[in-house]
Design a protein around this ligand. Structure first.
Ligand SMILES: Cc1ncc(C[n+]2csc(CCOP(=O)(O)OP(=O)(O)O)c2C)c(N)n1
Length: 336
């Protein structure tokens, strides 16, 4: 949890220093949910996430160096620098992305669960999404098919209360989002996303159900400590709401719990923080030292086959390498 917290704070800082470009969404405030979920998985299980995925990538085992280098758009990044913040991808740890299209990951994850079922495998899929995603058509299509075919998948709704600036109550006719699974006779539960142990237990139960052919919907109640992305000042929240969101800090709360239970003392908590802060600083230095990808590789990993399309033209290349063929006259012109 501390690694995710310090990593995301560093990402926000590096963004303001123009080391990171494009969109950048952070897991600040969602650390307990991220860690509880990922700790319940087997190494062979598959994870699909949305664009708010840095923490999941780290908890799945992608190193802070490779994750930070991806944010910096460098060749040592987990997606070789071409994915950026929203598109971390590492099939080695079965981390299947990172998707910028809201809901885009949901049918893909469902298809992976179908492939597992088809092959008779014992793996499961965890498909992460935000609360706003439950209003996308693909969410409903996917839950329907998963329930109908008994696929090994857990849909996780990370309910941070906001889809960009729109509240769940403003956008969802059924704001208790876990209840939406009932439309598909799918089991579901709502869990306190600020408690990593509660999330761990709930995810274990959900995975056991999914592996037994009963897909599951898990709704984790979390909070977003900052704006939707690093450039969002969140003016749609009142100062009181923003202060409450920052105060509901799951990292500090879990550190306090561990101290109360005698697992860690104050010095050990401070030592963890110091170690992690140094690790993240080293990751940022690593990212900064990593080379930029060569421009000639700009379209690599985009399509499986070359696609004739002007958008694939590199700087300095002619629009048409050979003179274009004259356009054929339409039938109407020929008759004139
Ligand atoms: C299909 C589509 N529509 C709209 C957007 C713009 N958009 C990006 S994030 C977002 C809000 C999604 O909210 P939620 O699912 O709750 O996830 P959160 O950002 O809170 O994690 C929207 C509307 C998009 N990326 N894709």
């Amino acid at each position: 949890m501390v690694t995710i917290r310090r990593f995301e704070e560093r990402a926000a800082r590096s963004y303001t220093e123009a080391k990171i470009g494009g969109y950048c969404h952070l897991n600040l405030g969602e650390e307990a949910t991220v860690v509880g979920l990922m700790a319940a998985l087997e190494p062979t299980d598959y994870v699909y996430a949305n664009y708010r995925e840095h923490g999941y990538a780290l908890a799945r085992g992608i190193s802070p160096e490779r994750a930070m280098a991806e944010l910096y758009g460098r060749t040592d990044g987990v997606s070789r620098g071409w994915g950026g913040s929203m598109h971390m991808f590492d099939p080695g740890v079965r981390f299947m992305g990172g998707y910028g299209i809201v809901g885009g990951q949901v049918p893909l994850a469902t298809g992976t669960a179908l492939a597992i079922d088809y092959r008779g495998g014992s793996e499961a899929v965890v498909c992460l999404m935000g609360d706003g995603t439950t209003n996308i058509g693909a969410f409903h299509e996917s839950l329907n098919i998963a329930a109908l075919w008994g696929l090994p998948i857990v849909y996780v709704v990370n309910n941070n209360g906001l889809g960009m600036g729109t509240t769940v109550e403003q956008s969802s006719a059924e704001p208790e989002l876990h209840k939406r699974a009932g439309s598909y006779r799918m089991d579901s539960v709502r869990v306190d996303g600020s408690d990593p142990l509660a999330v761990l237990d709930a995810t274990r139960d959900a995975l056991a159900s999914a592996r037994a052919g009963r897909p599951f919907l898990l709704e984790a109640m979390t909070g977003r400590m900052k704006g939707h992305s690093v450039v969002d000042p969140a003016r749609y929240r009142s100062p009181e709401e923003s202060a409450a969101a920052r105060a509901a800090d799951p990292v500090a709360a879990f550190a306090a719990t561990l101290r109360e239970r005698g697992v860690l003392d104050a010095d050990e908590v401070a030592a963890i923080d110091a170690d992690v802060t140094a690790e993240v600083a080293a990751a940022a230095a690593f990212a900064d030292a990593s080379p930029h990808p060569d421009v000639s590789t700009l379209f690599d990993y985009t399509y499986a086959t070359p696609v004739a399309n002007d958008s694939r033209r590199l700087p300095g290349e002619a629009l048409f390498p050979a003179p274009p063929r004259p356009l054929a006259h339409s039938g109407a012109e020929a008759r004139r």
